[in-house]
Ligand binder design. Structure first.
Ligand code: SF4
Length: 379
C-alpha cells in the first residue's frame, strides 16, 4: 500500500516573530472550535483524494500548534488513525514553544499520542532571544527541554543562528548547551531575511539583521563540526540526529519526494496517483479556510498538476538536502531522461557532489552552495 504523511497547520502564535514568513496570525482562541471542526472535515476530503494509504506520520506544525488544547490534538490524531491505516512506526510530532511546556501539558500530549516534540528554543542567550523577538528566555528553554525529555521519547531542540552580532563563540555555546541537554535531535537553522517580514523591512531601511553572507559559511561549518563531534549525524542540511531512529520521519517524506496531505490554513500538500503528481495549497486565512470547508467540504485553493520537469526538479531540490541524496534512476523515471553525467563529474571534481552506484548526494561543501549546484545541474 502506498504511504502518506499528514501535515496539520495550526496558524496561530502568541506573537509574530520579526523574521517569520510562515502563514501565521495572532492567536484567536475563540476560533479554535470552528477551525478544528474545519480541519477534521478537510481531513475526510483528503482521505477521499488519497484513497487507502499507510499513514507514516502526523505532524502538527505552524504557527504554534502547542497552543492547541490537548483534547483537540487527540481528536485529530484519532480521526487520522480511523481514516488511514496507521503504520506501526507512525510518528506523531508536535512543534512546541518553550513557554507552553509544563509537566501537565506534557502528560496530556503523551496521552494524546505525541511521541516527538520539536521545541523552538532558538537560542540559550537572552540577548539573542530578545533580538529574535521571542517571548521566552533562556531559563525557560532549558527547563522545557529537561521536562520534555521526562515524558516524550524523542525531543528536538531547534536553534537559529547567524543573527547580526552573533559570534562563532556564541553559536558554539548554544550548540554545547543543546548537546548537554541530552536531546537526541537538533535542528540548526540559519537566519534568512525574507521580504515582507519586520526584519525584511529593516533591511530596506539599511539595518541588517543577519550576519554578513561572507561569514555565514563559517557558522554553517561550525554547527556541522560541533554537532558531528558530539555524535550527531547530519542527515539533512540543517538537521542532526543521534541515530537513525531519532530522525524526523515526517520531514524525510518531504525530502524524499513522498506524498503528504496538507491540512489547515495555507498548508501545502503533494499527492501522486496513477503517475500524476499534484501540488496543493489550502486557503490561507483561517476564516476563509473555515468558510471554504463549510461551503464545499474542502479548502484546497490551488491545485497544480506537476509536469515531468517540475516534478523532477523538486525531487532534486529536496533530495540533495539529505545525506542519502537522490536516486539517479528515480530521477530518470520521473523526468524521462538522466542528469548530464559530465555536469555531475564536474561537481564531483569540485568536491561538491558524490556518487555511489545509483545515489547522488551533496558534500558538506556542496550543501553550502546547494542552490547554485541544483540550478546548474538542472539547466
Ligand atoms: S512562533 Fe514560529 S511560527 Fe510563530 S511567528 Fe514565531 S517563528 Fe513564526
Amino acid at each position: 500500500m502506498d504511504e502518506i504523511a499528514l501535515y496539520i497547520h495550526w496558524p496561530y502564535c502568541a506573537r509574530i516573530c520579526p523574521y517569520c514568513d510562515f502563514n501565521v496570525y495572532k492567536n484567536k482562541p475563540d476560533t479554535t472550535r470552528n477551525l478544528v471542526a474545519a480541519i477534521l472535515a478537510d481531513m475526510q476530503y483528503w482521505r477521499q483524494l488519497s484513497g487507502p494509504r499507510r499513514l507514516v506520520s502526523i505532524h502538527f506544525g505552524g504557527g504554534t500548534p502547542s497552543l492547541l488544547p490537548a483534547k483537540n490534538l487527540r481528536q485529530i490524531i484519532s480521526q487520522a488513525r480511523q481514516l488511514w491505516n496507521a503504520a506501526e512506526s507512525l510518528e506523531i510530532g508536535l512543534e512546541a514553544n518553550p513557554k507552553d511546556i509544563n509537566k501537565q501539558v506534557l502528560r496530556d500530549w503523551k496521552l494524546a499520542g505525541i511521541e516527538r516534540l520539536s521545541i523552538g528554543v532558538q537560542s540559550f542567550d537572552d540577548y539573542a532571544l530578545k533580538f529574535l523577538g521571542r517571548d521566552h528566555d533562556a531559563a525557560a528553554a532549558r527547563k522545557a527541554l529537561e521536562a520534555a525529555q521526562t515524558e516524550i521519547p524523542r525531543v528536538s531542540a531547534d536553534l537559529i543562528y547567524g543573527w547580526a552580532g552573533q559570534t562563532l563563540d556564541m553559536l558554539h555555546k548554544d550548540l554545547r548547551i543543546a548537546v548537554q541537554s541530552g536531546v537526541s535531535h537538533i535542528s540548526a537553522y540559519q537566519l534568512t531575511i525574507e521580504p515582507g517580514t519586520a526584519f525584511g523591512r529593516a533591511g530596506i531601511r539599511g539595518i541588517n539583521k543577519a550576519v554578513n553572507s561572507d561569514h555565514s559559511a563559517d557558522f554553517f561549518e561550525l554547527a556541522t563540526d560541533t554537532l558531528s563531534a558530539a555524535g550527531f549525524e547530519k542527515y539533512e542540511v540543517s538537521n542532526f540526529a543521534k541515530n537513525n531512529a531519532n530522525r524526523s520521519r515526517h520531514n524525510l517524506v518531504y525530502w524524499q519526494g513522498g506524498d503528504y496531505a496538507g491540512v489547515g490554513p495555507g498548508a501545502h500538500g503533494r499527492l501522486t496517483a496513477r503517475g500524476v503528481r499534484t501540488a496543493t495549497i489550502a486557503t490561507l486565512k483561517p476564516k476563509d479556510y473555515i468558510s471554504a470547508v463549510d461551503e464545499t467540504g474542502y479548502a484546497i485553493k490551488e491545485r497544480e498538476t506537476l509536469d515531468a520537469k517540475a516534478w523532477a526538479e523538486e525531487y532534486v531540490l529536496m533530495g540533495l538536502r539529505i545525506s542519502s541524496g537522490i536516486s539517479l534512476s528515480r530521477y530518470k523515471q520521473i523526468s524521462g531522461h538522466g542528469l548530464a553525467p559530465e555536469r555531475i563529474a564536474e561537481f564531483e571534481r569540485a568536491g561538491l557532489l558524490v556518487t555511489s552506484k545509483d545515489k547522488l548526494s551533496a558534500t558538506v561543501q556542496g550543501s553550502l552552495v546547494l542552490d547554485t549546484v541544483c540550478r546548474e545541474l538542472l539547466s
